[in-house]
Design a protein around this ligand. Structure first.
Ligand code: MG
Ligand code: MG
Length: 259
């Protein structure tokens, strides 16, 4: 039985959601050709700690950094590195915070400079598929309704959905029940209840959906080495319409940065 969160808990998750959202926007200001993902990681860790929070990924099951930095064919869980980003790359940045005992978790794929039209489309479709998933995250629906919404949208553009990884409940733990797959059948899976807090995070591939894990045990690559994108938001399930606890507005509506 999955326990919906109290309004007090939701408020703490909202504070965390706001902090991860603003952290991703700080990172976004630095994304450019020539910048390393180690630098982006440093910017994020400083920002999170300056706000009295802890980067929850650092040390999680041995993960070595504050943020996951996944470039091009890396879907998720990439390590920051000293390789400078290049014009035309994409970098998926996944950020987690821990503040007052609760977790924040969101991700955004940034283009580095100008990207080709197909890559731009991959980013737009992946983000739109996330919003399709959020539309389905209403009380009375099931997790399969979210997965169906994401999958049917992404596949209608000829892209493919990673099956091995999924979204999740979030609260005192970074990953709680239920799992939120990005594929599925309508009317199947766990029932969504008012007050459940979940992370929806489509991982969408430009080519095939096959993936493998790198020798470091973490970075998930596409098998065909085509690009993959990853966007994640935290929401609270409500009757009629989910409420977002994190947002991309700081990235996209700031005015100074255009993604
Ligand atoms: Mg995440
Ligand atoms: Mg997550």
């Amino acid at each position: 039985m999955i326990r919906p969160k109290t309004e007090e808990e939701i408020e703490l998750l909202r504070i965390n959601g706001d902090l991860v959202s603003r952290t991703l926007a700080e990172v976004g200001k630095w994304v450019a050709p020539g910048v390393t993902t180690e630098k982006l990681n440093e910017v994020a860790e400083t920002f999170i700690r300056d706000h009295g929070a802890v980067p929850s990924f650092k040390g999680f099951e041995g993960f070595p950094a504050a943020l996951c930095m996944s470039v091009n064919d890396v879907v998720v869980h990439g390590f920051p590195s000293d390789r400078p980003l290049e014009e035309g790359d994409i970098v998926s940045v996944d950020c987690g915070t821990l503040y007052k005992g609760y977790n924040g978790d969101s991700a955004y794929t940034f283009p580095v400079g100008e990207v080709d039209a197909e890559t731009r489309k991959l980013l737009d479709v992946t983000k739109a598929s996330l919003y399709k998933g959020i539309e389905a995250a209403v009380a009375g629906n099931r997790t399969g309704d979210i997965g169906y919404a994401v999958q049917s949208y992404a596949e209608s553009f000829g892209f493919s959905v990673v099956r091995e990884l999924e979204g999740h409940g979030v609260g005192k733990q970074m990953h709680e029940e239920p799992g939120i797959p990005n594929y599925g059948r309508r009317g199947h899976g766990a029932r969504l209840q008012d007050g459940m807090t979940i992370c929806i995070e489509p991982m969408i591939c430009a080519g095939g959906r096959g993936v493998y894990i790198a020798r470091n045990g973490w970075a998930v690559h596409t098998a065909d080495h085509k690009n993959a994108a990853h966007y994640e938001l935290t929401v609270v399930v409500r009757k009629g319409r989910a409420e977002q606890l994190s947002t991309f507005d700081y990235i996209e509506k700031d005015g100074s940065i255009k993604f």
